[in-house]
Ligand binder design. Structure first.
Ligand code: CFM
Length: 541
């Protein structure tokens, strides 16, 4: 991996000394000889002026966690641009359920107070209250979210008071989220704010447990491109009752009942580990980190889940489904793998996908030589055990920590949730990593590189020098990479494809990657810098 070492040096050359010093802390080269993961700086401010790929706290709260709840209306309190930018940009799919009256789906719509200059000067609370009244009159939603944007915090509109008064007027829950964009260094802060509010005000207020012997929640699965639906198909076939997918195709009614499940599965730990942990404290619900991206990792997750219930029939049915599904997709996957074997990839995505997709790429014979996150925390790189050692700073102190205790009536010990003896549960804990997740570092190979909060300049240098066959990209950097003649797959909305999770997802992904790598387009384009420059015309036609 000598080339990659040289790449890092080249990447840092144009930086002033201070920037160089800062950026070095966000880079780690895997060293298999070293005992553990070196500390990587993460979840700290991006240096002003650098073109980062991050989003804001409002994006993390409204766009990621809250927005997909299909039967709640989410009002953005702010200027129209914030609403427009966050409208329909994430493919969290939803469908109407067979409830009576039939579920209405609002997640495709955009509700915004459209703050104007007079609202900034004189305050926007009245406008917000009026909008809530209008929304209730026109749509009769089950509940409402209000998400604050930057100016709301700056001028001091009290959205909590407006929400409280509206609750009294209308008799439905109105939740206020102080997720002003600047509340954190990235969208990650917004995840935490959303988790806190759902935990404090919604989870635990329902009384209807889903029918079924083994009832589970799937947390941190947002049904991008239909991922959640593919997983529900598999889980239901094995015999699980899926209580709630948080928040992919999820409803307010389901979230109220979250505490009635036996086990929480955690797919995207970055965005939802707070709820998993808080539910463990308040209700005693155990949680299991799963990864349904990739065949082997899906199989492993299913096997670990089955062990959690100590039910032989469930274990047997798990093996039946694994065998049938794996055999079904194997012949096609093998053909794709022949074309992908030995290819290399970069992944610089969000806060958990780079790790998840390492497994799927390996299933296909590919290797992720550079892995990065936009807004991960140290635990996503190094493992959950580092959380107590992470220093809080002025930015992280912005987000309140809820200090929950066990609920007097509803707390049950983990082994009771799983319907087994304490002794059996202690045995289980040795076999299955409950309430824990590993970081990405242990899963990387010697010489491979981790990069935190990579920027435009760094991506360009990495692509030019380490020449991957495929770049698993973000929304904005995708096109730079295409222009450099390298195939890229956008891993946030899947370039309108998907699902990529589970067995059918693996097939879809393999097909899309083969198409991306084998398209003749790469032979037909000449990157702009290789063309002879045409003289610029001085006059306009
Ligand atoms: Fe979790 Fe996500 Fe991600 Fe994320 Fe996201 Fe996303 Fe993502 Mo885009 S919740 S951390 S804030 S897996 S929207 S569904 S793809 S950056 S890696």
């Amino acid at each position: 991996m000598a080339e990659i070492d040289g790449t890092i040096e080249e990447m840092l050359v144009p930086y002033p000394d201070l920037v160089k010093k800062n950026r070095k802390k966000h880079l780690v080269v895997k060293n298999e000889a070293a005992a553990c993961c070196p500390q990587i700086e993460a979840n700290t401010r991006t240096i002003p002026g650098i073109i980062s790929q991050r989003g804001c706290a409002y994006a993390g709260c409204k766009g990621v966690v809250i927005g997909p709840i299909k039967d709640m209306i989410t009002i953005t309190h702010g200027p129209v641009g914030c609403g427009y930018y966050s409208w329909g940009t994430r493919r969290n799919k939803a469908r109407a359920d067979d409830t009576t009256p039939k579920d209405k789906i609002y997640s495709q719509l955009c509700f915004i107070t459209d703050m104007q200059e007079p609202d900034i000067v004189f305050g926007g609370e009245k406008k917000l209250a009026k909008m809530i009244d209008e929304v209730v009159a026109a749509f009769h939603p089950r509940a409402i979210n209000i998400c604050a944007t930057c100016p709301v915090g700056l001028i001091g509109d009290d959205i909590n008071a407006v929400a409280k008064a509206a609750e009294e007027r209308h008799g439905i829950q109105v939740l206020a989220y102080n997720c002003e964009g600047y509340k954190g260094v990235s969208q990650s802060a917004g995840h935490h704010i959303a988790n806190n509010n759902l935990m404090e005000k919604v989870i635990g207020t329902g009384t209807e447990r889903k029918a079924g012997r083994h009832v589970i929640n799937l947390l941190g699965e947002y049904n991008i491109g239909g991922d959640g639906w593919e997983l529900e198909r598999i889980l239901q076939e094995i015999g699980y009752a899926v209580n709630c997918v948080l928040t992919g195709d999820s409803s307010y009614l389901d979230i109220k009942n979250l505490h009635l499940a036996d086990l929480n599965l955690v797919q995207c730990h970055r965005s939802i580990n707070y709820i998993a942990e808080m539910m463990e404290t308040k209700y005693g619900t155990p949680w299991l980190k799963v990864n349904f991206i990739g065949i082997d990792s899906t199989n492993q997750s299913l096997r670990q889940m089955a062990r959690c219930f100590g039910d032989d029939e469930l274990v047997k049915q798990t093996e039946v489904v694994i065998e049938r599904e794996t055999a079904r997709i194997a012949p096609v996957l093998e053909q794709y793998s022949k074309m992908l074997k030995g290819k290399t990839a970069f992944a610089i995505v969000g806060g958990s996908r780079s790790h998840h997709y390492q497994y799927l790429l390996r299933d296909l014979g590919m290797e992720m030589i550079i892995a990065g996150y936009e807004f991960a925390h140290r635990d996503d790189y190094e493992g959950r055990q580092v959380i107590p050692t992470i220093k809080t700073d002025a930015d992280s102190k912005n987000i309140p920590e809820l200090h929950l205790v066990a609920d007097e009536k509803m707390y049950q010990e983990a082994h009771i949730h799983l319907n087994m003896s304490k002794e059996k549960y202690d045995e289980l804990k040795k076999a299955v990593p409950l309430n824990y997740y590993e970081g990405i570092y242990p899963n990387m190979k010697d010489g491979q590189v981790i990069i935190d909060d990579a920027n435009h300049h760094e991506v360009e240098v990495l692509i030019r020098t380490a020449k991957p066959d495929l770049f698993l990209s973000g929304v904005r950097d995708k096109y730079i990479v295409h222009k450099m003649g390298v195939a890229s797959k956008q891993l946030h909305a899947y370039d309108y494809s998907g699902p990529y999770a589970g067995y059918n997802g693996a097939l879809n992904f393999a097909r899309d990657v083969v198409n991306a790598l084998t398209t003749p387009a790469w032979k037909l384009i000449t990157p702009p810098w290789e063309k002879t420059e045409e003289p610029r015309s001085e006059t306009h036609a």
